[in-house]
Design a protein around this ligand. Structure first.
Ligand SMILES: [Zn+2]
Length: 417
């Protein structure tokens, strides 16, 4: 049996994963597989803050078990398969109780209890574009459900099938003291973890951005190493930690598109040639455009910090592949990554042509119109002047925004092998 939960957090704080922890704490059944934290389309304007939903599979567990957390001195395990299903009514009662007690008062929580897994297209649409309640009504009609818009996230979380996947070990506490040096130490020792610390901007990325019951979260490819990483980080004591299986850092929100097919609120991968050269607008945002027969603006926003210095070096004719979310107003691609495929050669004129007869420099007639000797009047073409190749302060390759600006779903270059 699957439980999907969403929209329990709100602008005042809270976190959907925290409600899951409280639910697991009082759960009279076993977890089958890891609890799942599923991030959805980050471009939707009406999303909940972290835009993450939760799915748990529960029942009577069989096979091997793995320790995946601890909640108030109780060790939490997950099992490899389900021997017997849970009782629906019992779970419904518990879900109602926990959400009433633990969800933020101004949130709009939703849950779904389903005997079967929901179809994959629900997840795919919810992570890549816009899914409406109407579209899923038919799929959830035989489940027990409660709530409004949050049902979209709750159903998408149940519908997720991990292809690429990562893990996040999340801890919870009220008192939050953490030794930054120990986080850097952990980052260096635990090679399969990522986005712990932003060295360029001196930013501890394992801490939540806003007010939240979450203390810190360590992301990585190997859950065993996450348990080791947790012990390296020195902090004030906490009594709750749990490992989630997630779609974070997978780029599953992205889809390859031609510019003419791009729609607002999607996230795209687009290949094109730089058309409008980069310029800086008020606030420090850097804008350029790419062309593939149609044209679209791309923006490196101010929070992407030094990434903007790379973008500023682009020149007309450079061949690039951009990765990012599409804003409606202004209609632009909000850059997450860029691959510079091919840099154009740029030449700068250093000397006008010399008249063969008079041995004097000729004068320009006008832009792109060629040259004329001021003494004898003989003419020369534009390309007869002396040019030198300008050194480009940029290399071909893949670049990403710094950790401080990275989105949950964006796959770090570190994982792109
Ligand atoms: Zn001359």
């Amino acid at each position: 049996m699957w439980i999907g939960i969403d929209d329990t957090d709100s602008l005042e704080g809270g976190c959907t994963t925290y409600v899951a922890v409280e639910l697991i704490k009082e759960m009279p059944y076993d977890l089958i597989g890891f609890p799942r934290l599923v991030r959805l389309n980050p471009n939707i304007p009406w999303k909940t803050r972290g835009n993450g939903a939760i799915a748990l599979q529960i029942g009577v567990g069989g096979g091997g078990k793995i320790e995946i957390g601890e909640i108030d001195n109780k060790k939490i395990y997950c099992f490899s398969y389900k021997k017997k299903d849970a009782d629906e009514e019992e779970i419904e009662k518990l879900a109602n109780k926990i959400i009433k007690e633990k969800a933020m008062k101004d949130s709009d929580p939703a849950f779904i209890i389903s005997k079967r897994k929901l179809p994959y297209w629900i997840y795919k649409k919810a992570v890549r574009s816009i899914l409406t309640i109407d579209e899923i009504k038919n799929e959830i009609k035989n489940t027990i459900y409660k709530g409004g818009r949050g049902l979209i996230g709750a159903s998408a979380a149940i519908a997720w099938r991990p292809r690429d996947r990562t893990y996040e070990l999340i801890t919870y506490a009220k008192n939050k003291w953490i030794d930054k040096k120990s986080v850097i130490e952990m980052d260096k020792i635990c090679k399969t973890t990522f986005n712990n610390y932003d060295y360029e901007n001196d930013y501890l990325a394992i801490l939540p951005k806003a007010n939240s019951p979450v203390f810190f979260g360590i992301r990585g490819d190997d859950y065993q190493e996450l348990k080791k990483a947790r012990k390296i980080v020195r902090t004030s004591p906490y009594k709750k930690w749990l490992i989630f299986l997630t779609n974070q850092a997978t780029d599953e929100h992205l889809q390859r598109k031609k510019i003419k097919d791009i729609k607002p609120y999607e996230s795209v991968i687009v290949k094109g040639i730089v058309k409008k050269e980069p310029y800086v607008i008020k606030g420090g945002h850097v804008i350029f455009s790419i062309y593939d027969g149609n044209e679209i603006d791309c923006t490196a926003y101010e929070p992407t910090k030094k990434f903007r210095n790379i973008i500023k070096q682009l020149r007309k004719g450079d061949e690039v592949v951009v990765y990012g979310g599409v804003r409606e107003e202004p209609f632009t691609i909000n850059l997450e990554k860029i691959e510079i495929k091919k840099l154009v050669d740029i030449y700068k004129k250093v000397e006008n042509p010399i008249c063969k007869k008079c041995k004097k420099h000729m004068k320009s007639i006008g832009k792109q119109k060629g040259y004329r000797c001021p003494i004898c009047g003989s003419k020369a073409k534009e390309e007869e002047a002396k040019y030198v190749k300008v050194k480009r302060n940029l290399r071909e390759g893949l670049y990403e925004v710094p950790v401080i600006a990275m989105r949950h779903l964006a796959k770090p270059i570190k994982r792109m092998k």
